[in-house]
Design a protein around this ligand. Structure first.
Ligand code: GRF
Length: 196
């Protein structure tokens, strides 16, 4: 069976932990896939640097008129586009270049709660604590032309502890994210494998 080709779109300032986690899942066989390219809006992206050091092909799609076409060009041989830390809306031309449901994103809350424009990073976890939620988690969903909408593919949740801070939540949710993204991709790819 041929491997599914993934393109991963990371953020300009992204750490790249989800990118590296997906790459690792391809390496260890949990995903019948290969990371073909990692794309960032800036050459300075730490996630892009990390991808280079892992030996993954990289591309830069700087914000501007060529932004959509640059992504499409870099990912032209890919089956699925995975957003991992990418902060902007994805141009509709990019969404149309993939089969429906083949552009995915991960968000650090239980959508539809705590999503939308301006809801990213530590702000999400601060908002969760301010709202005195008893639980939070992460969501993998298909990407639309709006922020944090689309079909929910996978959610993982945790109970908020009495002394929780936004920082502790950020770390705990990130661990869930890594597993949720693999599981969502397994279902999209249509082949579920056991953890190694
Ligand atoms: C994650 O929290 C993800 O949910 C959000 O951006 C962050 C990216 O983290 N969309 P990393 O760069 O993958 O470590």
């Amino acid at each position: 069976m041929s491997l599914t080709r993934l393109a991963i779109l990371v953020g300009a300032k992204g750490r790249g932990s989800n990118m590296e986690n997906l790459w690792g899942a391809c390496q260890n066989g949990r995903l019948p896939a290969v990371v073909s390219v990692v794309i960032a809006p800036s050459e300075d992206s730490p996630a892009l640097e990390r991808a280079k050091s892992l030996g993954i092909r990289t591309a830069c799609a700087s914000y501007g008129d060529d932004f959509g076409p640059d992504i499409i060009r870099a990912a032209k041989d890919c089956d699925i586009l995975c957003l991992a830390g990418f902060m902007r809306l994805v141009p509709s031309s990019v969404l149309s270049a993939f089969k429906p449901g083949h552009v995915l994103n991960i968000h650090p809350s239980l959508l539809p709660k705590f999503g939308g424009k301006g809801m990213y990073g530590i702000k999400v976890h601060e908002a969760v604590l301010d709202a005195r939620e008893s639980e939070t988690g992460c969501t993998v969903h298909t990407v639309t032309e709006n922020y944090d909408e689309g079909q929910i593919l996978s959610q993982k949740r945790l109970q908020i502890q009495p002394n929780e801070t936004a920082e502790t939540l950020s770390k705990r949710v990130l661990e869930l994210e890594h597993e949720a993204y693999i599981e969502a991709l397994q279902s999209v790819i249509g082949k579920v494998t056991s953890p190694s």
